[in-house]
Design a protein around this ligand. Structure first.
Ligand code: 7PJ
Length: 282
């Protein structure tokens, strides 16, 4: 399987890849002024890259349940300088985590390769055009509701069927809008308008979720359903269970993994692939 991005294609035939999370919201790095937060963000990006990330996902809007909306100007001010600086020193894949077309546009101009939109390109009517025009990679995530209220009372008759049908509908309308089918990647949106049972049902059904031929990306890293299941609130205790999910998802064909702690998840992929009989990369 091949995923087409703006900076060439990523071969996902045999080896899974890790996307490192780089949050540039004010609460993620110490607020010692604009320059030091740029330096801190870059330093963290380098740590993720050294640990083996093939992709860096840069986000300037918190999409945590209950989070307040952020203006496009604020998102641009937070993310574009980081993208510009990272682009100048690294030729791996950079994605912009945004639902706003104006932010995506500026990020792509600054050198981003992929748009990661938690609204599945539904929040902003211009987003599909921006993506089509730039020929970037596109991550289409499923979300029920909106971040502010999505966790209050999520409801599905059949969460697996509904997320699968959503992917099929988005595939049809986004390709009709001019996005290449090979540029699309799908994500069930763990924790986005889903309770614990919904998340587990989706994780149980990964092999039949993606549209045929399209890669799936999974983001479970440190999410609250892990804490709920294991009975702890401590974020630092959620990395090991994240690694367990990464391995299990790889068995079921998920090749892209969005995580905070890159190295153990990459090692889980390589161990799991060895067991599956996949030869290591040269
Ligand atoms: C995801 C995301 C995810 C994709 C966030 C968090 C919340 N993008 N952005 N998939 N989650 N594609 O990291 O806890 O699961 S923000």
């Amino acid at each position: 399987m091949i995923w087409k991005t703006r900076r060439g294609s990523l071969d996902l035939t045999r080896h899974g890849r890790v996307m490192g999370i780089l949050n540039v919201t004010p609460d993620s790095f110490s607020d010692g002024g604009a320059h030091s937060s740029l330096d801190a963000a870059l330093a963290h990006a380098r740590t993720l890259i050294r640990a083996g990330a093939s992709l860096i996902d840069i986000g300037g809007e918190s999409t945590r349940p209950g989070a307040a909306p952020v203006s496009a100007e604020a998102e641009i001010a937070r993310t574009v300088p980081v993208i510009t600086a990272l682009r100048a020193e690294w030729d791996g894949l950079i994605s912009i985590d945004t639902s706003k077309a104006s932010v995506a546009n500026r990020a792509l101009e600054a050198g981003a390769d992929i748009v990661n939109d938690v609204s599945g390109l539904q929040a902003d009517p211009s987003m599909a055009d921006v993506c089509a025009a730039s020929a970037c990679g596109v991550i289409v995530m499923h979300m029920q509701g909106e971040p502010r209220t999505m966790q209050i009372a999520p409801h599905y008759d059949d969460v697996v069927a509904e997320v699968g049908a959503f992917f099929a509908r988005r595939m049809a309308s986004l390709t009709a809008a001019g996005i290449a089918p090979e540029a699309l990647c799908f994500d069930p949106g763990i924790g986005f308008g889903k309770n614990l049972e919904h998340n587990l049902s989706l994780l149980r059904s990964l092999p039949r979720l993606a549209p045929p031929g399209s890669p799936l990306l999974l983001g479970v890293s440190r999410k609250s359903f892990i804490g709920r299941l294991l009975g702890n609130d401590d974020l630092t205790l959620r990395d090991w269970p994240t690694v367990a999910i990464t391995s299990q998802a790889r068995v079921h064909g998920v090749m892209l993994h969005r995580v905070h702690d890159v190295r153990p998840n990459l090692e889980a992929l390589r161990m799991t692939e060895a067991i599956l009989g996949i030869a290591p990369e040269e």
